[in-house]
Design a protein around this ligand. Sequence first.
Ligand SMILES: Nc1ncnc2c1ncn2[C@@H]1O[C@H](COP(=O)(O)OP(=O)(O)O)[C@@H](O)[C@H]1O
Ligand code: SF4
Ligand SMILES: [Mg+2]
Length: 324
Amino acid sequence: MAPVLEVQDLSVSYRRAGDIPQPALAGVSFELMQGEILGVLGESGSGKSTLAMTLLRLLAPNANVTKGAVLFEGKDLLQSNSEELRKVRGRRIALIFQEPVLALHPTMRAGEQVRQLLLAHNSVPQLSLNEEVRQIFDKIFLQDAERILRSYPHQLSGGQRQRVLIAQAIACNPSVIIADESTASLDPTITMEILGLFQRLKTQLNLAMIFITHNPALLAGFADRVMILYGGRVAELGPADAVLASPRHPYTQALFQAVPQSLDEDEQTRMEKLPSIAGEYSSSLPEGCCFEPRCAERMAVCSGHAPALTKVNQAHSAACFKYE
Ligand SMILES: Nc1ncnc2c1ncn2[C@@H]1O[C@H](COP(=O)(O)OP(=O)(O)O)[C@@H](O)[C@H]1O
Ligand code: SF4
Ligand SMILES: [Mg+2]
């Protein structure tokens, strides 16, 4: 099966005033297959949002893509012109942002927000717009769809607002959805409901999804594959059950060993409970392995140059000299 999205050797850096460019992603490569959920897991500052924004070319003006390709439907999005990008953004690849309160228009009814989107993308004949909106809400809200589409954002709960964003995301029948920490502000019960909804939509609509999170507990039983980002590089990539149950990269091992994963733990708490990862997390890229300053298994070779992502078996890879 051909991948729906293919990211090749992607590197991005940010310019800060008076500073030399600061790398945020370095040599990131992965494929996203049709109908799969790829969980992207990393600490704050590891480059997750930069990755999401690069895929849709929505990076901040001080960002610079220094290398790489993003192949989607036979085109490199990094080489596409603005008209080509307009046809992809929101239509073929949809992004669900971190904060539902900020992402929705405060004085527009939920249904109207989806209607406007369909109108802007010109994807449905004017006459059938309302019917289409209703059908989209029926897919997302198994009860109460009619009331919710007539409501303003402030009349909805956090979980309902998240679902309206999902309604917007699926409105134009995308083939890829990127969710960047989209459940971070929701409580554990609602989060599980949203993950269930994502899985149902994945199957019903044959979607591929990039699900970005800092919480490993969300990925078990949800993601098909998991990619671990550390310091802007891919540390580990493989089937979710293999990566979560028997991680191979020393960083992933330390991360998962230190604490039993729980759904409602915030990132701060989890990171404070990581005694086996000594030292500060640094998002700047050193010459060698970026985990070297904190790695209990470091060797002489580790500070010389960065380890390549190496297969530990057919489908599972880790970027560590232990496997080279
Ligand atoms: N607009 C920006 N200008 C300068 N540096 C940025 C900008 N956005 C992100 N960064 C830096 O890039 C790195 C990766 O950030 P980000 O992609 O937001 O990580 P994550 O989403 O994993 O928290 C961090 O070191 C962050 O400080
Ligand atoms: S390459 Fe070396 S420093 Fe990096 S994770 Fe592997 S053993 Fe540790
Ligand atoms: Mg982020």
